[in-house]
Unconditional design. Structure first.
Lengths: 184, 182
């Protein structure tokens, strides 16, 4: 059986994603905590399971996986908005018209890319969004790095982690009039 | 691709680059580093009771930051040693939306953040108004008078909370306990 649309609040709600992330971090910190026998001794009886990693590496990897989830949620929100605006009976503003032109041209296929297709249109047809769009472009370079092998040094505006991306998503969802954000 | 599209692309990129080049990023960086120094002095004061008793040791190490438009520069990170626990205060940079700077507070059990925020702000969500143009014209919006911002250090509550918490003895001790599972 294939996957169905994911309506889990852990994916569709920013607050849900944060609660899930910090519950995992807290559990992991407790599991790897100084009061336990520690990671190496815990796996000592099972050499095949021994991992050469420090507790801080586990927390960093967890942070990166949660970061990827937040970025995926942001991308999903922009694509939902695109679907609404690009509908032939969609809104009449400049951004919606630009989205309909993208859909009509077919150059972006059925699903346009967030960057450059959608973010270029937002930058051009929305006022007051320049700094948010700039940070989103940089954050999605980080997403590309996370999702495609992490074997190069990405050129980012600054370093990202779960909390910084959460704050960016919170700012974007509060400031941008994105359709279909109910519950985020 | 049409030539017109490429013309517009070059114009947009060039316009953005000119605006960024005109901004005094060196001054921005120096101001941020001065505020960072002030934060470390504040924390030294908050912990003086423990450092003078030899219960907490404070040290500093250099850290290299690389931010868009500013480039590579060196800042200091602060290291607090409390028995077997170590808490690192690592500057994350100044190019953040809504904050003039962020310092990550990293302990064995997690991370938190200190942010340089407008004193008047109480929420982590910046006040921004984005409007969609119609016919190339943005909807009319009231022009707010330019006010000089007073920047203060605050503790950023853990998401999904949005509070900016005043930096006091009590709140800073609580922060240290949280990131060390104390």
């Amino acid at each position: 059986m294939g996957e169905t649309p994911d309506n889990s609040p852990l994916f569709t709600s920013l607050a849900g994603a944060a609660q899930y992330h910090y519950d995992v971090v807290d559990s992991l910190a407790r599991y790897l905590g100084t009061e336990s026998r520690g990671l190496v001794s815990r796996f000592g009886a099972f050499p095949e399971r021994r991992v050469v990693a420090r507790p801080s590496d586990y927390l960093k990897e967890t942070d990166r996986r949660s970061s990827l989830a937040i970025l995926t949620s942001i991308e999903a929100a922009f694509l939902r908005d695109y679907r609404h605006r690009s509908h032939r009976h969609g809104p009449k503003d400049d951004l919606s018209k630009a989205f309909r032109a993208i859909r009509k041209s077919g150059k972006a296929g059925a699903r346009p890319d967030l960057d450059p297709d959608l973010l270029d249109a937002w930058a051009e047809h929305a006022s007051g969004a320049r700094s948010l769009i700039g940070d989103l472009r940089s954050a999605f370079k980080y997403r590309h790095w996370l999702a495609h092998g992490r074997h190069w040094t990405p050129n980012l505006r600054h370093d990202y982690d779960f909390e910084k991306l959460y704050r960016l998503a919170d700012a974007v969802f509060n400031a941008l009039p994105l359709f279909g954000l109910d519950g985020i | 691709m049409e030539v017109r599209e490429f013309d517009e692309f070059v114009k947009r990129q060039h316009g953005g680059a000119v605006a960024a080049a005109q901004y005094d990023w060196e001054r921005e960086r120096d101001e941020w580093l001065a505020y960072l120094k002030f934060l470390y002095q504040t924390i030294e004061t908050l912990l003086s009771k423990y450092t003078s008793a030899g219960q907490i040791q404070i040290s500093y190490k250099s850290v290299e930051l690389n931010e868009e438009d500013i480039g590579v520069y060196v800042a200091e990170r602060m290291i607090l040693r409390i028995g077997r626990q170590e808490v690192d205060l690592v500057p994350a940079g100044t190019r953040f939306i809504g904050f003039k700077g962020i310092v990550d507070v990293i302990g064995s059990a997690g991370k938190s953040s200190l942010v340089l925020a407008n004193k008047d702000r109480t929420s982590a969500v910046p006040r921004m108004t984005v409007r969609i143009l119609t016919g190339g014209i943005p909807p009319a919006e009231p022009v707010e008078p330019e006010v000089k911002i007073e920047w203060v250090w605050r503790i950023l509550a853990r998401p999904p909370e949005r509070q900016l918490v005043e930096l006091t003895h009590e709140s800073f001790y609580q922060l240290i306990m949280e990131v060390t599972n104390g």
